[in-house]
Ligand binder design. Structure first.
Ligand code: NAP
Length: 254
């Protein structure tokens, strides 16, 4: 199937590395302009340099003023954001004793409040043109939480609930809202864990994790980006309110 995003503008958070960068590449290859957000300017600009249709904006999405300025810059330049991809995040897990109010709020700021604020900011244009896509990147731990998974499991569960609630509310404007639940996919996160492990063979480092996945491997960022690109397109015109696992079969629930 040919996915065509010609004429669309996508704003992707966390687009300098991993899944966000793969989605920026994939959507640009399908014809979209891509507004790429991340905090680290150096990584962001080198990532954007390889994508002709990219517009990088260095921004911490938990900083309301910086976030508003980034959206204003994107809207000023491109008119409407047609596709919003709330992808920026990090894995925050630990024992309940560490789940302080501050830590919970910090995680919810990044994974719930910032995506909601960005959605509210781009919504007027989507509603006016009767077309929009919001993709919330969450994790399977939001459906099947492990012990020791606070605060991530709570913020990811909230992201899935946010997705369903918004999908119902925004359907009359043809704004489709879906979540992508990540299992284990190769990215900057895994490279940082490998670097911290002191091991020297990346595939050997990943093997114990891969062995737990029914497909017996971690996913590639490009495999994830293919699903996201489909959901962002006209080809997914009857799909909204879903939370799709992209996990090689790992999650115990659908
Ligand atoms: N890969 C997996 O196996 C996996 C599993 C479960 C969930 N996920 C989720 O999938 C999403 C993508 O993860 P990834 O694996 O691709 O991670 P990654 O390689 O570490 O990339 C994370 C991206 O988010 C950006 N970012 C982080 N905090 C930000 C902030 N406050 N404001 C703006 N940008 C921010 C990072 O750039 P800067 O640091 O420069 O800002 C980077 O571009 C995340 O939400 C992650 O939690 C991934």
């Amino acid at each position: 199937m040919q996915i065509d995003l010609t004429g669309r503008t996508a704003l992707i958070t966390g687009a300098s590395k991993g899944l966000g960068l793969a989605m920026a590449r994939r959507m640009a290859a399908s014809g979209a302009r891509v507004v790429m957000l991340a905090r680290g300017r150096g990584d962001l600009e080198s990532a954007a340099a390889e994508i002709a249709a990219a517009h990088p904006i260095a921004c911490d999405i938990t900083d309301a003023a910086a976030r508003d300025a980034a959206v204003a810059e994107a809207l000023d330049r491109f008119g409407t954001i047609d596709i919003l991809v709330n992808n920026a995040g990090s894995s925050q897990r630990g024992p309940v004793e560490d789940a302080t109010r501050d830590r919970m709020i910090e995680d919810m700021d990044l994974k719930l409040h910032a995506p909601l604020a960005l959605t509210r900011a781009v919504l007027p244009g989507m509603k006016a043109q009767h077309w929009g896509r919001v993709l919330n990147v969450t994790a399977i731990v939001g459906k099947t939480p492990d012990g020791g998974s606070l605060p991530t499991s709570v913020s990811r569960g909230a992201g899935i609930t946010l997705t369903k609630a918004l999908s119902k509310e925004l359907a009359p404007w043809n704004v489709l809202v879906n979540a992508l639940c990540v299992g284990k996919i190769k990215s900057g996160q895994w490279e940082r864990r490998f670097a911290a492990s002191g091991q020297d063979d990346y595939e050997a480092f990943l093997k114990p994790t891969a062995d737990k996945v029914p497909l017996k491997r971690l996913g590639e960022a490009e495999e994830f980006a293919n699903v996201a690109c489909f959901l962002a397109s006209d080809a997914a015109s009857y799909v909204t309110g879903t939370a799709i696992n992209v996990d090689g079969g790992l999650c115990a629930v659908t």
